[in-house]
Design a binder for this molecule. Structure first.
Ligand SMILES: Cc1ncc(COP(=O)(O)O)c(C=O)c1O
Ligand SMILES: N[C@@H](CCOP(=O)(O)O)C(=O)O
Length: 465
C-alpha cells in the first residue's frame, strides 16, 4: 500500500514512512492511493472475532509489508490489553433503535486511546535501531494530549511537545497531561484557541519541510489525526460494531460527535472498504462549520465559542481536507488551490462534486446546549446511562434523525472527564475511575506561552533533547 498527499506534490510513502512522517511535506495529508476492500464474506467472517482479530483483519491491507501479520497481532494485543473492558469497544443498547459504542475504556478514558495506544507501539517498533530520535509536536483540545502522553511517556527515541489552549480544557483533561512528569514529555499551555495551536503545529511541519525555522535539526512527527495511522486504527471499531448489529446483511448508521473530522472520516473509510453504512451523522456543537459545510457548502470559520464540549471547540477541521480530496476526484492541484484560498480568507465553498458526493453518505446536525443537556438527561432517565457532553451531542443528533436502521452513537469520552457538565445536566457527579485515581493530588508541570509561532517553536528548539 502506498500513501499519497492531498496536495499532490509530496513523495508517495509506504506505511512505515507515513506513520513516522505525520504531515506531508507539501502541507497536505496522506491517505491510501486506493481504498482496499473487504468482500461481504470477509465482513461476515468478522462476526464473533475478538477486537484484536478484527483489528488485524481490517488493518492488514493498510500496513502492507511494513509489519508481518504476527507482528501486527502482537502490537494490537499489547495496545488493547490495556483497555479495562474485554470487548475493548463494547456496544450498549439504549432503546429499540439506538446504541452507544463505548470508546472510552482505554487508559485515559477517551476514544483517542484506541489509536494512540497502537501508535505509541508503532513508533517504538519503527524507530528501533534508529540513531535519529523523533520529536512529536501535537495540538490538543483535551483528549489527544492525554492519550498521546500516556502512549509515549518514557519511551526511547521519542519526545513529545503537546500544546493545549490555556483554560479551555477540563480540569481532569489538563491534569491527565500535566501530571505526567516523564523527561520526554513537555506540556505547553498556549494563550489562544485549539485552532491557533493546530495552525502552529502545521506551520512548524511546513517550515521543516521548507528547511526554514528553528526546528530544522529535528525529525518532527505527529500524533494528531493528521497522522494516517490514527485514522486507520479508528476504522476498526466501525466494523466491530456493525457486524455485531447484523452487517453485512443489515446496514447501520453512526452518529459521531465531531471536531477535527478524524473519527467520522474513519467511518467514511470503513464505508469505502465495503461496510454497509447507511449514514454518517456529523454532530457538531455550536462551533458548526462542518454542519454548515455539509448542509449548504459554506465552509467558513467564525470565532470559536467555548462550550462544555471543549474537545469539539474547533473551527478548522484538519481531516475535512481528506474528504474533499477524495470526493473531488483526488486532484492534488485543485486541492492545493482550494486550501490556499481557505488559508488566506478562512472561507471556501465546496464544489458541487464535493457537496453532492458527501450528501450520499453524510448527514449533519448542530446541537446547542439545551439539546445536549436534554440528551444527557434522556440517556440517564430512560436508558440508565450517564454520558459525557460530547457523546450527548452525538446522541441528540442521532435521536433527531429519522433513519430506519440501527443508529450507533460513538461515546467518545468517559463522563468522569467532564464531571461539572454532567452534574449540571443530570444532578449526578460521576466518580473518577480507579485507574486515574489520585489525579488531583499529583504535582503538575507545564509551560505557558503566547500563541505565536516564534514563542512556541523557540521553546521547542531550546528544550528538545
Ligand atoms: C471526547 C471527544 N469527542 C469528540 C471529538 C471529536 O473528534 P474528531 O476530532 O475526530 O472529530 C473529540 C476530539 O477529537 C473528543 O475528544
Ligand atoms: N479533540 C481533539 C482535537 C485534536 O484532534 P485530533 O484527533 O486531530 O488529534 C483533542 O481532544 O485533542
Amino acid at each position: 500500500m502506498r500513501y499519497v498527499s492531498t496536495r499532490g506534490t509530496a513523495p508517495a510513502l509506504d506505511f512505515r514512512e507515513v506513520t513516522l512522517a505525520g504531515l506531508a511535506n507539501d502541507g497536505g495529508l496522506y491517505l491510501p492511493d486506493a481504498w482496499p476492500s473487504l468482500t461481504r464474506d470477509e465482513i461476515a467472517a468478522l462476526a464473533g472475532l475478538s477486537y484484536v482479530e478484527t483489528a488485524v483483519r481490517v488493518m492488514t491491507p493498510f500496513v502492507g509489508d511494513a509489519l508481518s501479520e504476527d507482528e501486527l497481532r502482537s502490537l494490537c494485543t499489547q495496545a488493547y490489553g490495556r483497555f479495562s473492558h474485554e470487548a475493548v469497544t463494547p456496544l450498549v443498547q439504549l432503546d429499540h433503535r439506538h446504541w452507544l459504542l463505548e470508546l472510552f475504556h482505554g487508559p485515559t478514558l477517551a476514544f483517542k486511546d484506541v489509536a494512540l495506544q497502537l501508535l505509541g507501539l508503532l513508533f517504538e517498533k519503527f524507530l528501533t535501531g534508529t540513531d535519529r530520535p523523533l520529536t512529536v509536536v501535537g495540538a490538543t483540545s483535551g483528549d489527544t494530549g492525554s492519550a498521546a502522553i500516556d502512549a509515549l511517556a518514557g519511551r526511547e527515541h521519542v519526545e513529545i511537545f503537546m500544546l493545549h489552549p490555556k483554560g479551555r480544557v477540563s480540569d481532569v483533561q489538563r491534569r491527565q497531561m500535566t501530571t505526567v512528569l516523564a523527561p520526554n514529555v513537555h506540556n505547553i499551555a498556549i494563550e489562544g484557541s485549539f485552532d491557533d495551536a493546530q495552525a502552529m503545529v502545521k506551520a512548524m511541519f511546513n517550515a521543516n519541510a521548507a528547511g526554514t525555522g528553528p526546528l530544522g535539526h529535528l525529525r518532527l512527527s505527529a500524533v494528531n489525526s493528521i497522522n494516517w495511522a490514527r485514522l486507520m486504527a479508528q476504522v476498526v471499531y466501525y466494523f466491530y460494531a456493525a457486524v455485531r448489529l447484523g452487517a453485512p446483511e443489515r446496514a447501520v448508521a453512526f452518529s459521531v460527535p465531531t471536531g477535527n473530522f478524524g473519527d467520522v472520516f474513519a467511518g467514511y473509510v470503513a464505508a469505502k472498504m465495503g461496510l454497509p453504512v447507511a449514514k454518517l451523522i456529523v454532530a457538531t456543537n455550536v462551533n458548526d462549520i462542518l454542519h454548515r459545510a455539509l448542509s449548504s457548502g459554506d465552509y467558513s470559520a467564525k470565532g470559536v465559542v467555548a462550550t462544555p464540549t471543549p474537545s469539539m471547540d474547533i473551527q478548522v477541521s484538519s481531516n475535512f481536507e481528506r474528504l474533499l480530496f477524495d470526493l473531488g476526484g483526488r486532484d492534488g492541484a485543485a486541492m492545493r488551490e482550494q486550501m490556499a484560498g481557505f488559508e488566506a480568507s478562512k472561507a471556501m465553498r465546496l464544489t458541487n462534486a464535493q457537496l453532492q458526493g458527501a450528501a450520499g453518505l453524510f448527514g449533519s446536525a448542530r446541537v446547542d446546549l439545551d439539546d445536549m443537556a436534554l440528551a444527557m438527561r434522556w440517556a440517564c432517565e430512560r436508558a440508565g446511562q450517564v454520558i459525557d457532553p460530547h457523546t450527548a451531542i452525538g446522541l441528540s443528533a442521532a435521536r433527531a434523525s429519522d433513519l430506519d436502521v440501527p443508529v450507533v452513537t460513538l461515546a467518545t469520552a468517559h463522563p468522569a472527564k467532564f464531571r461539572d457538565a454532567v452534574e449540571r445536566a443530570t444532578g449526578a457527579r460521576p466518580a473518577l475511575p480507579a485507574r486515574i485515581g489520585n489525579l488531583f493530588e499529583r504535582e503538575e508541570g507545564y509551560e505557558t506561552l503566547p500563541a505565536t509561532l516564534e514563542a512556541v517553536a523557540g521553546y521547542i528548539a531550546k528544550t528538545a533533547a
